[in-house]
Design a protein around this ligand. Structure first.
Ligand SMILES: NC(=O)c1ccc[n+]([C@@H]2O[C@H](COP(=O)([O-])OP(=O)(O)OC[C@H]3O[C@@H](n4cnc5c(N)ncnc54)[C@H](O)[C@@H]3O)[C@@H](O)[C@H]2O)c1
Length: 267
């Protein structure tokens, strides 16, 4: 894959967007950054365009003259139906439509563990399992995976749906010993998504090389993703600090963990 002319990074003011603002810059001559929040001044090789993904006309302009999209923008946890609808369903549709109309080659986007959150942790999931969302938020990610598949099958727009588990500087709780993805592994995964020659529509788990991971990327070896970090290195510290959860707590029984405990947001 040749170096890109212009890479669009959405959600660039968010937690993961900030990691990629510097971490993915080497792959393109120009990084176009979007968020509805303030992004600060454009740095060298950057274009900053603030705006809301729910606006279809705006998204058509945002995706113009772009080779590839890394889409981290969106409602990133359970929220009101309105916020999920506007950012993750209408917003994602607008993104794919803009990409289709402007001839963008590939969309790399953040799906989530919560698209498969109700699968039991006693089952190791491969990338072909049916979705099983645990929240409105998870339903929106399942919608996104279907949308990505549809745009590949019908329009030949390539995409990678990354089912990110828990991407933080280090595991924050017991569950994350199994679900953690370090920032270096995340940056490596995005690099593989950009550089892999042919991806069609690929679903891949965004997770580090954790000893107790309950997912497998064995079916997507073509992506060349080889994570190095391991949540196990934090086990002694976390168990000493927090103890071990009981055997029937959602924290340990289902992939989505505590999200399965959330009540309906709008009640
Ligand atoms: N961090 C994780 O562990 C994790 C796990 C699973 C999935 N994800 C997904 O990864 C992506 C990035 O996560 P994050 O932790 O950086 O979240 P974040 O909330 O820190 O960042 C999301 C960004 O998207 C922007 N945004 C939301 N709606 C928008 C809209 N309508 N128009 C324009 N901008 C909008 C927000 O302003 C925010 O800056 C999200 O899609 C999230 O669902 C993250």
């Amino acid at each position: 894959m040749a170096r890109l002319n212009r890479l669009l990074l959405t959600g660039a003011a968010g937690g993961l967007g900030r990691v990629l603002r510097s971490g993915a810059a080497e792959h393109a001559d120009v990084m176009r950054l979007n968020d509805r929040e303030d992004l600060g001044a454009a740095g060298k090789g950057e274009e900053v365009i603030q705006g809301d993904m729910a606006d279809a006309d705006f998204m058509l302009e945002l995706t113009r003259d772009v080779d590839m999209v890394v889409h981290m923008g969106g409602q990133s946890t359970e929220g009101t139906w309105e916020s999920v609808l506007n950012s993750n369903i209408i917003g994602l549709y607008n993104l794919f439509e803009g990409a289709r109309k402007n001839g963008v080659k590939r969309v790399i986007w953040a799906s989530s563990v919560h698209a498969v959150g109700y699968h039991p942790t006693t089952t190791t999931l491969d990338t072909n399992v049916p979705t099983r969302p645990d929240t409105n938020y998870g339903v929106s990610k399942a919608f996104g995976e279907n949308l990505a598949q549809y745009y590949w099958d019908k329009y030949g727009l390539e995409s990678v749906s990354i089912r990110i588990y828990s991407c933080f500087p280090e595991p924050l709780n017991y569950r994350m010993l199994s679900t953690w993805m370090s920032y270096p592994d995340f940056t490596h995964l995005i690099e593989r998504c950009i550089l892999t020659a042919h991806v069609g529509h690929t679903i891949i788990y965004g997770i580090s090389n954790n000893s107790t991971a309950f997912v497998s990327n064995a079916a997507v070896g073509h992506m060349g993703y080889q994570p190095k970090d391991n949540g196990e290195d934090f086990r002694a510290m976390i168990e000493a600090r927090d103890g071990v959860p009981g055997p029937q707590e959602n924290m340990v029984t289902v992939h989505g963990g505590q999200f399965a405990d959330f009540p309906h947001f709008d009640d």
